[in-house]
Design a protein around this ligand. Structure first.
Ligand SMILES: Nc1ncnc2c1ncn2[C@@H]1O[C@H](COP(=O)(O)OP(=O)(O)OP(=O)(O)O)[C@@H](O)[C@H]1O
Length: 325
């Protein structure tokens, strides 16, 4: 990819989930680690919406948090505009931080309930020195207008708004830092379906107007189909398939992607035979050897039990499956 804004290389994160020291000694247990993500690689081009999709616990939020610097990676690199985030100094990091923002699933939790909306939205303007004096108010009111709210809303508190309006406030706040890249972690999954569509359309309009780049995280394939320019499918912390545009939905390559799509009745099968959803997601503390999907895979071969599959080129992207090699 020419000139990606974000590059993620070999990104992994483990969590120490050991019992307290005394219990370990008494029960003769070793320390335990949970692998939330392992060897994740992808790039996001400027102006693109890269979606990460996967079931609960597949590692979506962990990746999002590492990218915005809320969680240090256990291994791998994150490059923002060519700069290795793990190697930049504090002042450079602060300057870079302004350029990427995050929108969370629950806007109520991410908005300070004791602050008025005007202060919430204008705080990044002051923090990053983007406006001074009367300019701050003018810019804050312009941002409220941009997201479909009004200047009168500036005096209110977050609890006076509906869920959709609160997400608009969170978007205005994110935009006030004048970011290039926004990580959207399940931004509409707490909202009613009709409100979801309004927020998704607002996000798309803002992207067109401002040339924003999105990492869009969702477990909802219908939402991903609406938003994504490219989609990555996560299974047990590993990226199993990446595909361009709508091709993931028309022509999925990885057996897990097929199973995931087939679990959604509204998504057309386009002539494929339905792959039945079988088995449970394994425990990430003790993941299967080889391909993590092999215990649930209807077409697994012996090699899948022993060897982690590399990523192979597919007609519209790549997929990590031995059968595609
Ligand atoms: N702080 C933590 N300590 C221990 N385990 C964690 C921690 N954070 C996440 N995990 C585990 O890491 C794995 C990935 O979690 P993550 O929240 O990234 O998944 P997700 O795909 O975002 O799921 P969801 O859609 O439910 O939020 C899960 O098994 C989760 O239990």
């Amino acid at each position: 990819m020419a000139d990606p804004l974000i590059e993620v290389r070999g990104l992994g994160r483990r969590f120490d989930v050991s019992k307290p020291w005394l219990n370990r000694v008494l029960e003769r247990e070793e320390r335990q680690y949970l692998t939330a993500t392992a060897d994740v690689n992808f790039s996001i081009a400027r102006g693109e919406t890269f979606a990460l999709v996967g079931e609960s616990g597949s590692g979506k939020s962990t990746i999002a948090k590492m990218i915005v610097g809320l969680l240090p990676p256990s291994e791998g690199q994150i490059l923002f505009d060519g700069q290795d985030m793990g190697k930049v100094g504090t002042s450079e990091l602060r300057a870079l931080r302004r350029r990427f923002q995050m929108i969370f699933q629950d806007p109520f939790a991410s908005l300070n309930p004791r602050w008025r909306v005007g202060d919430i939205v204008s705080e990044p303007l002051r923090t990053f020195g983007l406006a001074k004096g009367a300019e701050v108010t003018r810019e804050m009111e312009r941002l409220l207008d941009t997201v479909g709210l009004s200047a009168r809303d500036a005096e209110k508190f977050p609890h006076e708004f509906s869920g959709g309006q609160r997400q608009r406030i969170a978007i205005a706040r994110a935009l006030s830092a004048k970011p290039e890249f926004i990580v959207c972690d399940e931004p509409t999954s707490a909202l009613d379906v009709s409100v979801q569509a309004q927020i998704l359309n607002l996000m798309r309009d803002l992207q067109d107007e401002m040339g924003l780049t999105y990492l869009f995280i969702s477990h909802d394939l219908s939402v991903v189909r609406h938003m994504a320019t490219r989609t990555g499918v996560l299974y047990l912390g590993r990226l199993v398939e990446v595909s361009e545009g709508k091709s993931l939905f028309r022509d999925p390559q990885h057996p897990y992607t097929k199973m995931l799509l087939d679990a959604v009745p509204d998504l057309a099968l386009s002539g494929r035979r339905r792959t039945p959803v079988t088995g449970e997601i394994p425990n990430p503390i003790n993941p299967p050897s080889g391909c993590p999907f092999h215990p649930r895979c209807p077409v697994a071969i012996d090699k899948c039990k022993t060897d982690v599959p590399p990523s192979f080129q597919t007609p519209n992207g790549s997929a990590a499956c031995h059968l595609l090699g």
